[in-house]
Write a protein that binds this ligand. Structure first.
Ligand code: ZN
Length: 282
């Protein structure tokens, strides 16, 4: 069955996609100019103008903040380091609240330096999340755990599948109140044989964000060689249809790290391609 094209009004731009050439101010103006209604800033870009000023700019341009990237990085060997991580996460929650962000995206963190204790790292993620959750709930900021591809397990995220992330949600927020959920980034979990079941299991309460791009063959860099939608092997319309069947009605956020290609192009041209490919390939 042919899947109809997505609602163009649900397109959102993650600032990482044009981060090399545009400031946050320019991204906001660019989105407005191209009729893109969602934006998801990274915190380094946010720091250029501060959360308050950014919130005003974003509002003035009629955009919605589909997520703030990112918090997390929970596993740290010593207590002092864990406290520093928590403090930074609390600042991220505050920034997300100021922006009225749909969620704060969390990347779990990998193994602490020198450690081989993967189970221990995952416990630290659970404990850190638990500590953060009450404060985030009080601030009205949903936390979205983003499972990352297993190739990042050592250094970025030891939460690698939707099932793992949802197990954490069940442990920490059994009431499914909407304060804790997941960010589904196709780049990280498109390969998972349980992807459809995971999306169904999450349901609308826990599907907080949908990040899109494509997986290139071959991929030449683990971090910065993501493809534009349509240039790779991910069946984006199918995954979107699963998201919608599970009740997700949120934005489709384009997040492309691409040192050799898209970061080198004129951002206005990139945004034109993003808009077209969203309609044709997603
Ligand atoms: Zn993502």
């Amino acid at each position: 069955m042919k899947i109809p094209p997505p609602d163009s009004g649900l397109l959102s731009l993650n600032t990482a996609t044009v981060r090399e050439k545009w400031s946050l101010r320019e991204v906001i103006q660019g989105c407005a100019r191209h009729g893109i209604r969602g934006i998801s800033p990274w915190r380094d870009k946010l720091a250029e103008v501060g959360a308050k000023e950014a919130a005003k700019l974003i509002r003035d341009h009629g955009l919605k903040v589909t997520g703030l990237c990112r918090g997390g990085m929970f596993p740290v060997a010593d207590r002092k380091g864990r406290q520093a991580a928590l403090d930074d996460n609390l600042r991220a929650v505050e920034e997300a609240a100021t922006l009225g962000a749909r969620c704060l995206v969390l990347v779990a963190g990998g193994l602490p330096a020198g450690s081989k204790d993967l189970a221990g790292a995952r416990e630290m993620v659970r404990d850190g999340l638990g500590e953060l959750l009450d404060r985030a709930r009080a601030a009205g900021v949903p936390l979205a755990i983003e499972p990352l591809h297993p190739m990042y397990c050592a250094d970025r995220a030891c939460i690698n599948t939707l099932a793992q992330a949802l197990d954490l949600c069940d442990q920490l927020d059994s009431g499914k109140g909407g304060a804790l959920g997941v960010a589904v980034d196709v780049y990280h979990i498109w390969w998972d044989p349980q992807l459809r079941q995971g999306i169904e299991r999450a349901g609308d309460k826990r599907l907080l964000a949908f990040h899109i791009c494509d997986w290139l063959v071959p991929t030449t860099d683990l971090l910065n060689d993501r493809g534009m939608m349509g240039d790779g092997v991910i069946d984006l319309p199918r995954i979107r249809s699963w998201m919608e069947a599970a009740g997700y009605r949120g934005f489709h956020e384009v997040e492309i790290f691409s040192a050799k290609n898209w970061w080198k192009r004129e951002p206005d041209d990139v945004l034109s391609v993003v808009k077209r490919r969203h309609q044709e390939c997603c």
